[in-house]
Design a protein around this ligand. Structure first.
Ligand code: ATP
Ligand code: MG
Length: 515
């Protein structure tokens, strides 16, 4: 050991002496050239090579940096004496990390490597189109030259895989939103996140049990289908379109999917996205094993003004849902890139860019499938169309079990028969029924009788031909008003969206279909 320190001291001494001679004798250019030469010489003689993994690579966040940080946080791999402990905002576990400017050894397949965490203050802010963090952070990996092949070949992949695993186990899943508009945070992320804690599961979801098991099997096949997608040359992604009246469980289904697969959710607010290229950037910043959701797609973008959409209706912003992109809008639009087109959206879900990353699910929801452009519904676009319908008797049984603890056979026979009869005629949504059950949950018997009363009343109204869709229509208009409201610059687009509400005839047709 002593020998090591003596050698190190002499090398440092020689280096210091060499530098002072350089400063005293040579002009700066020559000094620089000699330093370069010395470094080359040193690298040539040294038996180590070094890899720098910086936190920010140009303008993008370096995924490998995050992975290394997580990997080094796994207690199994850590052998250092000094560790930093963190508990992230979105995490329910404490993680270890390498302290700033500290180092530790790790071994892999009999090879020992040294990790060093380097943190330096960023020099005076250079010009940048977004604020950069104050510190420059990075890891340096020191590897023996003879072990280079092992490390580059499999160690870094192993680190990446381990990091994903650690993240899955340690961290709560996240719900991301793009509510910041197109702006990025200091680490280059366009998405904001909060912990995802929605308790909906397939168990609590009231829907036809056969359909439910089909969906669950489809999701399982997808999640386990890496080799299938590889073999068939398909991108590892899947699209689901959930449609049906308000309150039938579309959003609950998305939460159940995420909880079932353990995926994060990216809730894409289309009205906050201004151009196709912005949409693409958002996509590029989503991680794999995630569900990308566009809710109420018919309310998010203009579906009716197809003819006008090419010129954004005279200069204002309009997210146009047009089969053919307006001239020059393939990557943002002629008007300075101020429109999203259907082709942009399809590229987002379907084109080459949709394959950056893998294992992703796209889910669109709508109350009005008939308002969607056929291009979006064509086979291959959305792999599964799932109709979320009014509450049926099998769905009611699930709600009765979840809310009141009724098991099969607990209901009196007559009561059950009557519920069965009136259920389909009443066309009540699971949301309405849930409300009734919650209200009386302390008195099971009363809850069921009140429900039966409500169902009878609703069924009777239906049979008298009273338009039951008034409430739905009101809810729909509320939704649209929310989308259309505030921003002044969106006024024009808002007016054009109002046109959508004038589709009563069309609605009737679909209601027929749904029935
Ligand atoms: N199928 C269902 N199973 C269980 N609960 C449901 C179901 N549908 C609705 N609910 C209950 O009603 C509430 C509203 O449902 P949800 O938001 O999922 O409906 P939605 O179809 O997404 O409505 P919208 O079209 O208005 O977005 C949920 O919080 C849930 O408690
Ligand atoms: Mg919803």
């Amino acid at each position: 050991m002593n020998e090591f320190w003596t050698t190190l001291a002499s090398v440092m001494g020689v280096w210091a002496f060499f530098q002072s001679i350089l400063h005293a004798v040579f002009p700066p250019e020559l000094r620089f050239a000699s330093l370069k030469l010395f470094h080359r010489l040193f690298n040539w003689v040294s038996s180590y090579c070094y890899y720098d993994i910086t936190e920010i690579d140009g303008v993008n966040t370096n995924e490998l940096y995050n992975a290394v940080q997580l990997y080094l946080s796994s207690s199994a791999s850590i052998t250092g004496n000094r560790l930093s402990l963190t508990r992230g905002l979105n995490s329910s576990a404490i993680t270890f990390g390498l302290s700033n400017n500290d180092r530790l050894f790790d071994s892999f397949k009999g090879v020992t490597v040294l990790w060093e965490h380097i943190v330096t203050q960023r020099q005076a802010q250079t010009f940048s189109w977004r604020p950069l963090p104050e510190e420059k952070r990075g890891f340096t990996l020191r590897v023996k030259k003879k072990d280079k092949a092992v490390i580059l070949g499999s160690y870094l992949d192993f680190v990446m895989e381990k990091a994903v695993e650690i993240r899955r186990n340690n961290q709560d899943r996240l719900l991301y939103t793009n509510s910041r508009g197109g702006s990025l945070d200091s680490r280059g992320h366009p998405w904001e996140s909060v912990p995802f804690k929605h308790p909906s599961t397939f168990e609590t979801l009231a829907m036809d049990p056969v359909k439910k098991s089909e969906i669950m099997a489809d999701l399982k096949d997808f999640a386990n289908g890496e080799s299938f997608y590889q073999k068939t040359g398909r991108a590892w992604k899947r699209g689901y379109l959930l449609y049906g009246p308000p309150g039938t469980g579309k959003s609950s289904m998305i939460a159940a999917m995420a909880n079932f697969l353990g995926y994060d959710i990216y809730d894409l607010e289309l009205t906050e996205v201004h151009t196709n290229s912005e949409l693409r950037k958002l996509l590029m910043k989503t991680s794999s094993k995630s569900i990308i959701v566009i809710e109420d797609i018919d309310c998010s973008i203009n579906l009716t003004n197809r003819k006008k959409s090419g010129n954004s209706g005279g200069g204002g912003r309009s997210n146009s849902f047009d089969g053919a992109p307006p001239p020059g809008s393939g990557n943002g639009g002629e008007d300075g890139g101020n429109s999203i087109t259907l082709s942009g959206l399809l590229n987002f879900t379907d084109g080459l860019w949709s394959c950056c990353g893998s294992e992703r699910i796209f889910v669109f929801t709508t109350n009005h499938i008939e308002k969607l452009d056929p291009a979006l519904l064509r086979s291959g676009r959305m792999d599964m169309h799932i109709f979320m319908s009014y509450c049926s008797f099998p769905s009611l049984k699930i709600l009765l079990k979840n809310y009141l603890g009724y098991e099969d056979g607990d209901l009196e026979k007559d009561l059950e028969t009557e519920l069965k009869e009136v259920m389909d005629k009443a066309e009540m949504t699971p949301a309405d029924i849930s409300e009734l059950l919650i209200k009386n949950r302390r008195d099971k018997v009363r809850a069921v009788w009140e429900l039966l009363e409500a169902l009878r009343a609703k069924a009777e109204k239906k049979s008298r031909g009273v338009n039951s869709t008034v409430a739905e229509e009101e809810e729909e208009q509320e939704k649209r008003a929310l989308v259309e409201s505030p921003k002044e610059e969106d006024e024009e687009a808002a007016f054009s969206k109002c046109d959508q509400i004038n589709n009563a005839d069309h609605n009737d047709e679909v209601e027929e279909k749904i029935k």
